[in-house]
Structure formats: structure tokens, C-alpha cells
Design a protein around this ligand. Sequence first.
Ligand code: BES
Ligand code: MN
Ligand code: ZN
Length: 498
Amino acid sequence: MNISLVNNKSVSPTANLIIAAYSRKEFLLHPLFKSLTMTDRAYLESALADFKWSDKDSGVFNLPSQPQRKIIILGLGEKNKWHKRKMFLTIRKVVSMLKNHRLAGATINSADFFIKATSPTETLSLIAQNILLADFTFNDYKEKPKNGWPEIKEISIVGRPSKQLQRALDEGIIIGQATNDCRYLSNMPGGLMTPQKLAQEAINIGKTIKAVKVNVLHEKEIKKLGMGGVIGVSQGSIEKPEFIIMEYSSAKARKNNREHPLIFVGKGVTFDTGGLNLKSTNGIYEMHMDMSGGAAVIHAIEAIAKLKLPIRVIGIIPAVENMPSGSSYHPGDLLKTITGKTIEVLNTDAEGRIILADALGYAQKYKPSLMIDLATLTGAVVVALGQRMSGLFANQTNLLKLGQNIGDRTGDFVWPLPLWDEYEEEIRGTFGDVANDHKTNYGGAIIGAIFLKQFVGNFPWMHLDISPTMTTIDGQFLAKGAAGAGVRFLVEIARGHG
Ligand code: BES
Ligand code: MN
Ligand code: ZN
């Protein structure tokens, strides 16, 4: 799909139009409405006599003079109740309507979607991102219908073309595309997306973007470095573990020899059966997406490199498959991590935190200015928050605020949860230093987070438990499957991290 920025005056006289307005009055003043001929305007005015203009109302109209041409009208509801989440939904709804009607293109008006306190450039970037997110499908493994999949070729956005706006549009396209590429990886079934394949994705990015260096550590090196957690979790599978390290450094960051990089760590469990503590039929469903954090890190770094942000950032993805077998790790095993701390395995299904312990421990050697890990870590956080935002934890309160702001700005929503020291008592090991599970059924998301905290040292750190937002949900106007959580968040953090 091509998304372009056009001038008010250069709207094609045959283009399908998207007109969104709060009221009839605003509709009549709408520049795209005013671009129509008098007879077409008169026709629409009468056709819309009963239109309600609530944010649920929409309609597709044919112009009698040009039957091929479609005019899509959307209500935006009350003006003082308009907000960003509605804006995201409206844009995605437009895309889904275009697809449902098999329209190859349309012209939209950027000003329809403006939000108070959001700049035109940011708005345009968000429009582009959400167009792309709504356009994404995962159809590679399905037979094509006779008339093909619906395909939108061109969306023109009316604005006042300028260098800044064009740049914002280009940025939005990079970010939206990276999020979709992340969704693609997460959607790939577990049999196809193995640790090796995930590593290959990172390697491919390193090959196409010069500023990205990729280094993949294999089993032998992982063992040699003392990452007993990664080795332990992976040993039940015939798929060997991979420890993926990506580094992007801008020319400027290289010159300034930035010593304290930004670090992203992503959980890369390519399939989580639960191991010997095997999951149930319901629990195992969709566990091929348990590498979503890793996929988000891979494609966030790709986007950051394409945006040429003036920073140094390192992505670390421990990639394993969690399988039960004659060689798998056992409940009760004591695994020695790279930090020297041992983990007492009480449950082989709490595997994410074990591999992340090694990854976070490894990350410390870079003396990071900030570490952020993304992981589909617990089912408990979905119970706590529902499926509209990720859980956010941090070892500094200012990072909770920062994280929530970033979430609100990007639409990659997060919500803060507590991390008091008192919780540490619940994960004290009996025979090892830290237990990977606790005795009660309460606060599982916090327990996962407090476990990770044992492995970050004193470096500033945020943990996003992205289980809630692993998949899309009904009503979001997004294809079923992976949601690509975390990509937009990480890119926005990087933009503010000069
Ligand atoms: N990958 C799962 C968590 C998960 C569940 C993510 C559902 C997305 C949707 C994780 O490895 C896991 O199994 N966690 C356990 C931890 C428990 C054994 C302490 C859980 O949440 O049940
Ligand atoms: Mn698990
Ligand atoms: Zn898992």
C-alpha cells in the first residue's frame, strides 16, 4: 500500500472520499465535501438527512453522477468526548470498510483526526501507523479466494504538504511496517518459527542495514558464558537455543563513543508447552506467540535503524523452545545463571523468567543507561488488566510515569503495577537463591516481575509483561492473531533517549 500526503487542491475528482465529522454542520463545511459538485452535494445532503453523527454511525454512498465513486461518511460523536483511542479505532475502521467494499484506494482528511495537545506531525504519523496496522493480514497459509484478497493500493491524506509532515508520514510508515513485521513473526506457527529461524530474522536485518550488527551465540558459547538458565529451559527440545544480540549504533553515537547504551531484552520462547509441568489444552493454545517480546525487539531495532535515531541500542533475545522430553529440565532443578545466582525450578512453565534472568544478567556488562524487557511472562497479568494494555513494572518511579506517557502517545498502552521489596520473600528459594514460582495463587504478575528484578543489578529497568496484548481482540479492527505489542513503545522510548 502507498500512503501519500496531498494538497487540498489536488484531490483527484474520481477518488473515493472519507469524510468524518462531529455534526451535520461540520460535515457541510468539510473540505472534501466542498470539493464535490453542487448536484452531488445536494444529493448527499438529502441522503444524510437522518444520519446521527455518533461515533458508531457510518455509511457508504454512491454518487449518482459517478456510480463507481464511493463516499464513506463517518460520525465522530461529541467533539468534547473525542480522544486518541477513538481516533485509532476510526482510522482502522476506515481501512476495514475499504476492504469490505473492495475499494483500492481513498482520500482522507488528516484534520478530521486531530487531537488536542497532539501535534500535526505526531497525528500524521499515528494515522499512517494505524492505517498499516489495520491493513495487515496473515493469509500466506490460506488459499486465495477466486477474486483475490481485498487490496488497498493507495491512501491519500489531505494536509498541507511540508518537509516536516512528509518526514512524519515516512516515520509512521516505518513504525507501522515494523509492527506488522513483528506480528508476522509471532503469527508463524511454532513448527516453523524455531529459535534458529528467529535468529535468522535478526541476521537478515543485519545484512540489509549496515548500521545494525548481529551476533548469535550458539549452545556451546551460551554454556561457556555460564547461562545455565537458557541451557536448562532449552534442553528438553531438539531445537537448540540461540542467544541473539543486535546492536545499532548511529554515526553520532559512535563518534561520541556512548558508553551507556539503551538495552532491549525480549523473551524468545518459540513454543511454550509448559515443559514437564505441561500446559492444558486451553493453556497451550497460541503459545507459538511466546516469542512476541523477542520479535518486538528485533523489529523495533530495525525501525530505530531506519529512522537513523542518534543513539546506541542493543537488543538481546534469548530464544528457546520449552518442551517436555527425556532430556528436559525438571521441577526441583537448580540452574546457575550468568550472574552466579541460582534458580530453583519449582515450575517448568515459569520458563520465561529463567531465560530472561540470564539475558538481563548478560545485559549488565554493557552498563546500560536503561534496560527494558518485553515478555509474555504471565497469565496473571491478563487477569489483572484485561486485554487492552500491557503490565508495566520498573525499579524507579519516574520510569512508571515515563512508560505510561509513552504508551498513551503511541497507542501501545501500558499500566503500572507495584514492585515492593516485600514481595521478594515470596520467591526465596529453599535450596537455590531464587525460586521461579511462589506458594500462593495471588499477584502472579508481580511475582514474575520481582523475580526479574533480582537480575538487573542497580541499572534503571522497565519490565513490560505483554501477555495481555499478545493478540488482538474483537472490536479493534485488527486482524486476528498477534498484535505486535511493544514495537511502537520501544521506538518511542528510543526517540526520547538522545
Ligand atoms: N508464556 C506464559 C504466559 C502466558 C500465558 C502468556 C497466556 C500469554 C498468554 C508463561 O511462560 C507461563 O506459562 N506463565 C505461568 C507462570 C506460572 C507457572 C508461575 C502462568 O502464567 O501460568
Ligand atoms: Mn510458561
Ligand atoms: Zn512462556
